[in-house]
Design a protein around this ligand. Structure first.
Ligand code: MBD
Ligand code: FE
Length: 297
């Protein structure tokens, strides 16, 4: 069947009506997007001659995978696509520079303890592994220290599990999660226990999809950051350990050039020095987080 089947009058009529285009109600922008999404889906079905059984298999997959949608989205590259898209729009608008953004992932939890230096410790649960010391400075585009920043940090434990999302054991709430209030010099320092890279739950919907396309569901060990500060653009980023076996093979596409420091390992400790550069906020909106739904405890 030719793909032009989708352009036939009865099909166009169906897609128009399904998206509510024949009525005045609803949200015009949503209706236009819905119309295009339906048409794109119809085109894929015809182009690949998707059978009735395959179609319902896909519907069943979507139904069963809802609980892992936050993992599937980075796994299929769409969360990274959004970063590339925002980067491209920034470039078009003449906005460049600073620490690259990279994916938030699905495992942030709002409401972590707000702490101040000099001795910030993220890890409260016992974890018999290497200690991590991370230090650096948050600066603006002219090299000025960013004042009054809040740095949100979160990472996994040595088994690759995040507090609040750990099916193997109960971690203390907010283990390996803090909000660190920085001073006028923009400097930060914290210690914790080295994380291991995350792997998707075996046998889960993400794992099934990754295997079906001949991929794996592993991430290198990494540390997530949000940084917010008055007058600066909110930054969502992460560092991935440059010496991790998955440093250049991240199932979530979160690793980026400039965000792959190699920890200095010495005995049972490792240290990373990493400076962040924030962009200046163009307007108040820039300072804010996206309205993505996040677990709040
Ligand atoms: C993670 O820890 C993560 O950061 C992402 C993006 C996806 C799954 C687990
Ligand atoms: Fe993560």
């Amino acid at each position: 069947m030719q793909e032009s089947f989708v352009d036939s009058a009865p099909i166009r009529n169906l897609l128009d009506r399904a998206a509510g285009l024949d009525g005045d109600g609803g949200d015009a922008r949503l209706k236009a997007i819905m119309r295009d999404l339906l048409e794109a889906t119809a085109r894929v079905i015809v182009r690949h001659d998707v059978t009735e059984s395959e179609f319902w298999g896909a519907v069943k997959y979507l139904q069963d995978s809802a609980g892992e949608i936050g993992l599937i989205v980075p796994g299929i590259g769409l969360e990274h696509f959004m970063d590339l898209y925002m980067d491209a729009k920034d470039a078009e608008a003449g906005l460049a520079g600073g620490t690259p953004r990279t994916i938030e992932g699905p495992l942030y939890v709002a409401g972590a303890p707000l702490v101040e230096g000099p001795d910030v410790n993220l890890t409260v649960d016992p974890d018999d592994t290497t200690s991590l010391y991370m230090t650096g400075q948050v600066r603006g585009p002219d090299g000025e220290p960013v004042r009054n920043a809040i740095m949100h940090v979160w990472h996994a434990d040595s088994q690759g599990w995040y507090s609040h999302f750990d099916p193997t054991k109960e971690q203390t709430p907010f283990n390996n999660r803090r909000r660190i209030k920085l001073g006028d010099d923009g400097r930060y320092a914290f210690r914790s226990k080295m994380p291991k890279g995350y792997s998707v739950p075996p046998g889960g919907a993400t794992d099934v999809l990754m295997k079906a396309v001949g991929r794996h569901g592993n991430r290198p060990a990494h540390v997530h950051f949000f940084i917010e500060a008055p007058g600066y653009r909110q930054l969502t980023t992460q560092i991935n350990f440059g010496d991790d076996p998955f440093a250049h093979d991240d199932f979530a596409f979160g690793t980026r050039a400039g965000l792959l420091p190699v920890p200095m390992r010495q005995g049972d400790s490792a240290s990373i020095t990493f400076d962040f550069e924030m962009q200046r906020a163009v307007d108040q909106e820039d300072e804010k987080f996206s309205t993505r739904a996040r677990l709040e405890v």
